[in-house]
Design a protein around this ligand. Structure first.
Ligand SMILES: [Zn+2]
Length: 500
């Protein structure tokens, strides 16, 4: 189903246990009307986990991503030129690319990065575009059924959602010659020709062939019709759809009473928020794209972060202070060699793009295993570097400074003496744990509190009061450089003494 090594979560096992025998069709649907963000990814990941659980018990599973490309443009997404208002009501698949990057359409523009991320995650999912399904006739049968049962559908909408549909309402939205799917009034169904006769906004009479994609079912009806047309057995929904009188309530009755199709298994997931920013919303321009997240973490970490422990609960995503801990937990759960993420951040910011120096720094720091897989190391370093550059709070921007920083002037006499003593004692070939011991024992011997002693180390190397675990960090740097820097603070005081 997917090339992921993370365990199938228990909640997904439970959902799968509640679904009947297969074959199964697991679907997730998203409208590419704007950026497809990490919140949307949560829905896809819920579906993926359930599909994996079904597969694991031997079921045949088709896993579909239904991109609602035929949906009308309802609102011009943030960042799209204002003149696109002229396409309001037109199918997203027929609105031009809002960028100058060569996509086939508005829908294609917003789908492309999301699809790229799904590929990078090696997700085995079939991407369907709804305008193609309509054009291929996949929805012809259900559209005819809907048109033949217009009154019943209208009654369900009224009873469930309290919405009284206007006179002349039709479950089908034909596309006018202008391209507009909205504001047209269906006059007659011509079942022999798979067509409807309708009057457009300008009062002109036109026909639309629903077996050729010349229009679409209204959203609430389409949801139920899609279950039947694609044979859907499971679909996750965000809570906005599952509220009382919401789209799943109407679709459930339409499926049973109009389309004679059993309601698919369901899972309600909660929203995710980006800590410090808020709920994600394409229409408000608050988006975190999966591809942004894949710049700072591998696919399985992304899966774990976005799903969280329980997708039925709201989740705050923390890409700042909490991120190094998340990465450490993720990697130790995956049984990988535990180079703390903050250490990688320091290495990445210190050596830049030089993998050999990075390997050397890690080896000297005692992380030999990590240094042995150069390709993997290069990836890890790029996550660390990107995180430091794009998300890290100031205290994590930990590049070793070329010169003794100004902050060193604030060190007191004890700290200076401590650094000078360490400088004299540092071995020629330092090793992480041995240096860690040396740093502690020297502090104890000189009566300097460890926290204060270590702050001195971070201050002269990073210009910060804290940093990664000191032993491996110091051991990873060239010995001569460290000795010079540590003893330099004594010279610094002596110079200052001479001046006064
Ligand atoms: Zn584009």
């Amino acid at each position: 189903m997917s090339n992921t090594s993370i365990a199938i979560p228990v909640w997904a096992e439970n959902v799968a246990a509640g679904l009947g025998g297969g074959p199964h069709v697991v679907v997730t649907g998203i409208s590419p009307s704007g950026n497809i963000h990490a919140g949307n990814l949560r829905e896809v990941l819920v579906a993926e986990a359930v599909a994996r659980a079904l597969r694991a018990r031997g079921e045949e599973v088709r896993f579909l991503f239904h991109a609602d490309t035929i949906d009308p443009l309802r609102k011009v997404s943030p960042g799209v030129p204002e003149e696109y208002t002229r396409y309001l009501g037109h199918s997203l698949s027929r609105v031009p690319d809002p960028g100058d990057d060569g996509h086939v359409s508005y829908a294609g523009h917003f789908l492309a990065p999301f699809e790229r991320s799904l590929r990078e995650m090696e997700m085995e999912i079939e991407v369907l575009r709804s305008h193609e399904l309509y054009e291929r006739g996949v929805y012809t049968g259900v559209t005819r059924e809907a048109l033949e049962n217009t009154d019943q559908l209208r009654r369900i909408l009224l009873e469930v959602s309290g919405r009284e549909m206007p006179e002349g309402w039709s479950p089908f939205q034909p596309r006018a010659a202008s391209g507009d799917l909205t504001g047209n009034r269906v006059v007659e169904h011509l079942p022999e020709q798979n067509s409807v006769l309708f009057v457009d906004r300008e009062g002109r009479e036109e026909t639309a062939d629903y077996s050729k994609g010349e229009g679409k079912l209204g959203w609430r009806v389409e949801l139920a019709a899609r279950w039947k047309a694609l044979g859907v057995t499971f679909e996750p929904f965000g809570k906005d759809h599952t509220s009382r009188g919401g789209s799943t309530d109407t679709a459930d009755r339409m499926a049973r009473e109009v389309f004679g199709y059993p309601v698919p298994g369901r899972y309600e997931y909660e929203w995710i928020q980006l800590r410090g920013v808020g709920a994600m919303s394409s229409s408000r321009g608050v988006t975190l794209l999966p591809e942004d997240m894949l710049r700072i973490m591998p696919p399985d970490a992304l899966r774990q972060m976005v799903l969280g422990r329980d997708p039925a609960r709201a989740l705050d995503i923390d890409l700042a202070e909490g991120f190094p801990q998340f990465m450490d937990d993720h990697r130790s759960a995956a049984g990988e060699p535990p180079v703390p993420f903050t250490h990688l951040v320091t290495v990445a910011q210190t050596v830049g793009e030089e993998p050999e120096r990075a390997g050397e720094m890690l080896r000297r720091g005692g992380y030999e295993a990590a240094a042995e897989e150069p390709e993997k190391l290069a990836r890890e370093l790029s996550y660390a570097r990107n995180w430091a550059g794009e998300w890290a709070p100031e205290q994590f921007r930990l590049g070793v400074l070329e010169e003794l920083p100004e902050e060193a002037g604030e060190l007191d006499e004890d700290q200076r003496r401590y650094l000078a003593t360490v400088a004299r004692r540092l071995p020629e070939e330092p090793e992480g744990e041995a240096v860690q011991d040396l740093l502690y024992s020297t502090a104890r011997e000189l009566g300097v509190k460890p926290k204060k002693a270590f702050a001195a180390i971070y201050t002269v190397l990073l210009g910060k009061k804290s940093g990664p675990k000191a032993g491996p960090f110091v051991a990873g740097l060239p010995g001569g450089f460290v000795r010079e820097r540590f003893s330099g603070v004594m010279r610094d005081t002596e110079d200052a003494g001479e001046e006064s």
